[in-house]
Ligand binder design. Sequence first.
Ligand code: SF4
Ligand code: ZN
Length: 284
Amino acid sequence: MNIKLYSIILKLLHLFSFMDIEQKVEQTLKKIRLKKKEKILVAISGGKDSAVTAYLLKRLGYKIKGIHIDLGLGKYSENCLKSVKELCNKLKIKLYLYSVKKETGKTMSDIFKHKDEKLSNCTLCGVMKKWLLNKKARELKADKIATGHNFNDGLETFLMNLFKGSQNSNLNSVPILKTKNKKFIVRIKPLFFIANGKIENYCKKLNLPVYKKICPYRGETYRVETRDFVKKLSDKEKKNLMKNFLELAEKIKKDEKETRYCEVCGEPSRKNLCKRCELLNSKI
Ligand code: SF4
Ligand code: ZN
């Protein structure tokens, strides 16, 4: 085939796949009934997923603002913050900045040094991020928190929960997570049905400022092993897994008990202590 024609076809295919991303995100937002007047905080980490989430929500006409949690992971966090600021400038959105150090007196890297060996850095980090995001979003009177979790993240979480025997945790990973708890801010995942590779290409095409290096604190976690396993699955297997995940989450939702408040920090919790206080309180 003529090289010029080949490159035109390639460009067209790319264009269609990008249109596909935008349409799928629109469909997801329609399904979760996101309203244009709602105040949405996008949790921007410095990576591609949250950058694309912010870009698409803004492009589709939603009222968004950015929120970033500085984890205090040395140079890595500094570079993430730089990308976050550049992105917010480019998209012309307001950015709210918080730091784990200011909120708790210690950085995440300090907390990692004294953690229980059985806990991975990412588990502690994830728990702290969620806890702070909910608290700050509530103080800012946000209606929703949008995160950049994608299709692959969803599958990995589903499998990890099944392997660990904690299938009820799957409820936390659905495209829209709401509870009756007044202190809980609804969390949405606009990229939930978009595969990781597609987001990567889309982000590259848009030239969004993102920090691409892998976090030096990540380590060989259970998630990384599961990610490698998911990569080997066929598209059909991935689709079937996702179907099972959504059906199971729907069943669990029906038996879901009401959330309470943590005895220590007062934040929403399914048990007497929230995850952050259970795992971290003795460390901070
Ligand atoms: Fe935190 Fe793990 Fe992400 Fe690093 S990779 S920022 S330790 S969750
Ligand atoms: Zn707590």
